[in-house]
Design a protein around this ligand. Structure first.
Ligand code: ZN
Length: 285
């Protein structure tokens, strides 16, 4: 099942994308895709609703804006340097344990919303990533138990301001959290749709030129391991997002000189079975 949310920013309504790509309005289902929905039997009930009602539910017009496919979660945890090739191009060592950092949940936007270049920014960079959504509360779970705690997967562009992140002191969160820095979607694919999250092709282009082309098979720490690992340090709540890191090909690694994003640039990206996104960069007001 593919969950979508559609409509004006901040007032999105829940929907479903059917296998043939048709988008169905699920506001008749009554619940939005939030912590209560994922933590209870929401997905199961939605599946039932879908079987009974999808054929006659209102269609979402194709030109309608898509929002993030879930309500703002309690946290976004990102994994740093989780691809061998990215470690090499950012000059980092292969980590012995996963590197984790936070991204403000206020940075979440829809998959095709504009990217706003923050004030006083010169180094906005892209990162195509597989994002994992937690289904059941996870605390001290083992790697073997981890799959039972997953709701599904989404495409994520973990936008990063490298100067804020690396040259302004303190934690990476500073360069990861600007508004519009976390486009999610176009849909949340439930876990049953992605039997092997460790073998998905992924790509990203800037103004039509390929910058990233890789596979989740190149991750250092896999999905189950990451869920288990993070749950040793904090409780993962239903709807929480873990973004699993990016492969090589970010601006930061460009030789001799990185070419960061500027207003007018168009970034497109995708992951197998998780759809595509497109953002156009605009200057902050
Ligand atoms: Zn990242």
């Amino acid at each position: 099942m593919k969950l979508i949310r559609f409509g004006e920013a901040g007032r999105e309504r829940p929907g479903i994308q059917l296998q043939d790509g048709t988008r169905v309005d699920a506001s008749g289902f009554s619940a939005d895709y939030d912590e209560t929905f994922f933590g209870g039997d929401g997905l199961q009930r939605l599946r039932g609703w879908c079987e009974r009602e999808a054929a006659r539910a209102p269609r979402v017009p194709p030109e309608t804006r898509l929002g993030p496919p879930l309500c703002r979660p309690s946290k976004i945890i990102c994994i740093g340097v989780n691809y061998r090739d990215h470690a090499a191009d950012s000059g980092a060592e292969i980590p012995k344990e996963p590197i984790i950092f936070f991204k403000a949940t206020s940075s979440i936007v829809g998959p095709d919303d504009p990217l706003v270049i923050p004030r006083n920014s010169r180094k906005v960079d892209w990162e195509v990533e597989l994002a994992v959504v937690i289904g059941a509360r996870a605390k001290y779970v083992t790697r073997e138990q981890a799959p039972r705690h997953l709701a599904g997967y989404m495409l994520h562009n973990d936008y990063s301001e490298r100067e804020f992140q690396l040259e302004r002191g303190g934690q990476w969160v500073k360069g990861k959290s600007a508004d519009t820095f976390a486009p999610l979607g176009p849909f949340l694919a439930t876990a049953d749709e992605i039997p092997n999250p460790g073998a998905l092709g992924m790509w990203l282009t800037v103004n039509g030129e390929t910058r990233q082309k890789s596979s989740t098979g190149k991750m250092i720490f896999g999905v189950a391991e990451l869920v288990s690992y993070v749950s040793q340090f904090m409780t993962l709540l239903p709807g929480d997002v873990i973004s699993t890191g990016t492969p090589s090909g970010v601006a930061l690694g460009m030789k001799p000189t990185p070419i960061y994003l500027k207003a007018g640039d168009v970034v497109a990206l995708g992951i197998d079975h998780l759809g595509e996104q497109r953002q156009q960069a605009v200057a902050s007001d």
